[in-house]
Design a binder for this molecule. Structure first.
Ligand SMILES: C/C(=C\COP(=O)(O)O)CCC[C@H](C)CCC[C@H](C)CCCC(C)C
Ligand SMILES: Nc1ccn([C@@H]2O[C@H](COP(=O)(O)OP(=O)(O)O)[C@@H](O)[C@H]2O)c(=O)n1
Length: 244
């Protein structure tokens, strides 16, 4: 029963958060580039904050993952041309406002959250770290790049002229300063154990790896490459130290 309540709360918060951002974008209160990145940054982080509300059972992770799979399939359906009266979503969640662009970043983002939730859940630092890199890191990198241009520091990366040092530094800080508090929350709740120095070292190393992977000229697929690289790194540097 507790999982049902947790699912209802997760769904309600998702509709409230994504719906509010969508309405603001549709009414031109927020540019679509900002709304897209705001969704990208906040959705997964808020989702993980709700993980402790699920009951302590082997099925909880699949309950949570199935909800995300469902919302991802909904985004895919809109992208494929169904639900034509739901086009507000495409304005808020894509760079171009074209429905088919939902099938790239947004659907991949949702499917990655589905897989990470089902595979790792709250029992180890790996899933939390990979999603913090994707949400806090990749999400805030764009705002870092924008700030860099505003401050007259548009220095682009030697290996990728479409990315900047400011954006990559924003990735590093965003990933680190979202993963440390979230990881600390889950350690304090007893889901797994990490010594403080192991947690800080692991989050720093994983954030740096994520920053490097995100800076590569792999267009459209960093929603997969970043969490995959960070999950692999986290397995090496944190998972062995973590004990439940
Ligand atoms: C617009 C989104 C990503 C944009 O990706 P990119 O273009 O920047 O690469 C977010 C897409 C949302 C996704 C389909 C739904 C995911 C749901 C989320 C993981 C859980 C939300 C629940 C929570 C309680 C708010
Ligand atoms: N490391 C980074 C990442 C993004 N950015 C800026 O943010 C914009 C969008 O980044 P992106 O292509 O990774 O965005 P998505 O692929 O997530 O939609 C880039 O075109 C850059 O202007 C940056 O300057 N440095």
């Amino acid at each position: 029963m507790r999982n049902l309540y947790a699912l209802v709360v997760t769904g309600a918060v998702m509709v409230a958060l994504l719906g509010t951002i969508g309405v603001l974008a549709f009414n031109r209160v927020m540019q679509s580039d900002v709304s897209r990145k705001l969704m990208h940054t906040t959705a997964g982080l808020v989702f993980m904050l709700l993980w402790p509300f699920y009951e302590d059972s082997p099925y909880s992770r699949f309950c949570a993952a199935s909800l995300i799979a469902g919302i991802s399939l909904y985004f895919a359906a809109v992208g494929l041309g169904f639900f034509k009266d739901h086009l507000k979503l495409t304005i808020a969640a894509t760079r171009t406002g074209r429905p088919k662009d939902l099938l790239k970043g947004p659907v991949l983002y949702g499917l990655v959250h589905t897989a990470v939730t089902a595979i790792y859940w709250r029992d180890s630092p790996v899933g939390i770290m990979s999603l913090c890199a994707l949400c806090g890191g990749d999400g805030l990198a764009v705002f870092g790049g924008l700030l860099g241009r505003i401050l007259g520091l548009p220095w682009t990366l030697p290996w990728n002229s479409k990315k900047s040092w400011a954006g990559s530094i924003a990735f590093l800080l965003g990933s680190f300063y979202t993963s440390v508090p979230l990881m600390t929350l889950f350690v304090d709740r007893g889901f797994f154990h990490l010594e403080a120095h192991q947690l800080l070292r692991g989050c720093a190393i994983c954030s740096a790896v994520g920053m490097l992977v995100e800076s590569l000229p792999i267009l459209e697929y960093d929603n997969l490459t970043v969490p995959a690289a960070v999950a692999f790194t986290s397995q090496l540097v944190m998972s062995s130290a973590a004990s439940s």
